[in-house]
Design a protein. Structure first.
Length: 351
């Protein structure tokens, strides 16, 4: 699986179109990590079937009235092993973790319980196309008509606010650029002369900088700071915008092409720059590691945004609350009817 993941990432470096396909699937499976998105794509491609759209374990599908079809083989993702621990402060001021339920050291102060990751394991899952049973509405790809960009703009501005940034629409734009992120002033500027959909896209791009390229982010500095607007930092920010907008049904391909066309050159430049760093540096060094790093950072940032803006659909994971998109406010796109694919039934229209 790891070898296959590296091959996908190397192929994505060789061709911007492969990188865009990864982002496209990430917009559907945005609740999954970038590595798992790539693994699922690889395994579905090996089956010769369509890209994954909705993935769950055997028991989870059964909970929703669907069973895995006879003869289907599991897809595999990497999931964390977790443990519950007790956090304590020792008399000398140092902090320590103790397995939950064990006796605390003498004089220790209880700081509460916490779940921590202790390792990783393979987890078997199945795509909705491998199951049968109770009909299930699954959002179909494509751009819904009548997308309300102004409502998405307000949601994105709320994301900026949660991170302590104000959003200004101004004609006095820094350097006459469409957008600019000022970390010192905690402000995002967007050109007021732009149309609403383009303003929304620029804000999504600048949120990529806000989440990924702060002054304290070592990897962000390595990739190129927001102030410099260069290299992989720009690719990361536009990849976040592409994924977020795609998840909301807004096609961003042509506009993103300029940024993403330089993706491969930027990765190779970062690889060359990494060679000049100390051998003990924690920065990703090979082009496959850099591609994996960028994909992981982009999908994590996109998830952080999409959890607040609530795009239609499931984000690739099904849960009891999301069993029926018609009963889930997040599944309806701003009150606009949208086409969905009905598994085991005809094409149906969601709310």
């Amino acid at each position: 699986m790891t070898d296959g993941l590296h091959k996908i990432l190397e192929r994505a470096v060789e061709s911007p179109s492969h990188w865009q396909v990864l982002l496209d699937v990430s917009a559907t499976l945005w609740r999954y990590s970038g590595g798992n998105v790539a693994l699922l794509m690889m395994q579905m491609a090996q089956r010769g079937t369509e890209e994954p759209t909705l993935v769950a374990g055997y028991k989870e599908w059964a909970r929703h009235g669907r069973t895995v079809s006879r003869g289907e083989h599991a897809l595999w993702v990497i999931a964390p092993r977790t443990a519950r621990v007790q956090q304590v402060t020792l008399p000398d001021g140092t902090r320590q973790r103790v397995p939950a339920g064990e006796q605390l050291p003498r004089g220790a102060v209880d700081d509460g319980k916490k779940t921590v990751i202790t390792g990783w394991r393979g987890q078997a899952v199945f795509d909705v196309s491998q199951t049968q049973g109770t009909p299930l509405l699954v959002p179909r790809g494509g751009v819904p008509a009548g997308v309300d960009a102004s409502e998405l703009w307000r949601s994105l501005a709320a994301v900026a606010g949660r991170h302590g940034f104000d959003v200004d629409e101004t004609d006095a734009q820094y350097g006459l650029t469409s957008g600019f992120t000022d970390f010192a002033g905690h402000r995002v500027q967007v050109g007021a002369w732009l149309g609403m959909e383009e303003r929304t896209a620029v804000l999504a791009h600048e949120l990529g900088h806000v989440l990924l390229h702060g002054p304290d982010d070592e990897i962000g500095r390595f990739y190129g700071s927001s102030a410099d607007h260069r290299g992989l930092a720009e690719v990361e920010a536009e990849s976040v915008a592409f994924t977020v907008l795609r998840a909301h049904g807004i096609a961003r391909g042509p506009q993103s092409a300029t940024y993403l066309a330089g993706w491969a050159d930027a990765v190779i430049k970062a690889e060359n720059d990494a060679m000049t760093h100390d051998a003990g540096s924690k920065l990703p060094a090979s082009r496959a590691d850099i591609a994996k790093s960028v994909l992981g950072r982009v999908t994590a940032a996109s998830k952080g945004i999409l959890e607040i803006t609530h795009p239609p659909g499931f984000g690739g994971k099904i849960s009891a609350a999301d069993a029926d998109p018609r009963a889930n406010p997040a599944a309806s796109y701003m009150g606009v009817e949208r086409p969905v694919r009905s598994v085991d039934g005809p094409v149906m229209t969601g709310p």
